[in-house]
Design a protein around this ligand. Sequence first.
Ligand code: S3P
Length: 169
Amino acid sequence: MKSIIIIGYMGAGKTTVGKALAKELGVMFYDLDWYIESRMRKTVKQIFDEVGEEGFRQIEHNMLHEVAEFENVVVSCGGGTPCFFDNMEYMNQSGNTIYLKATPETLYAHLKMGKGVRPLLLNKTPEEVQVFIREQLMQRESFYEKAKHIIDINVMDNLDKVNETVQEV
Ligand code: S3P
């Protein structure tokens, strides 16, 4: 099996869906942010603080290449992974990419509930976060839409749709 690579904006549920998929398929699961954190022995936030976003993107790019070498795995990426270097083309070459598509409202609602620290959303008011999500999603959508499969998580039975896509893949 070619690896399954899950992409999408922050709060789309990439990690949750990726874990469930890996369990269903009986394969290993890798979350790229967690992989980066364990390889660098630093949190994503510490990396952003120390080397800025540009430094983080270089590390993310290198780590993506490491993870993509693994066979028979499910990988969930960071929200920005597909949008830097040639990462999106590379992911399409090395795996079956799935874009979890959601509206800005759904993403915001998920992010508000979640406990994870997202450096890009820190020090912003709730209103600013909502505007940021809307604008950044528009900029990123053209990268995300290059994925081989697109699952709209706003549409009804998204779990069925995930299962359907897994069967297809
Ligand atoms: C980022 C998303 C984060 C993480 C980093 C940058 C982004 O991952 O990689 O904070 O640029 O969208 P999640 O999408 O898993 O939150």
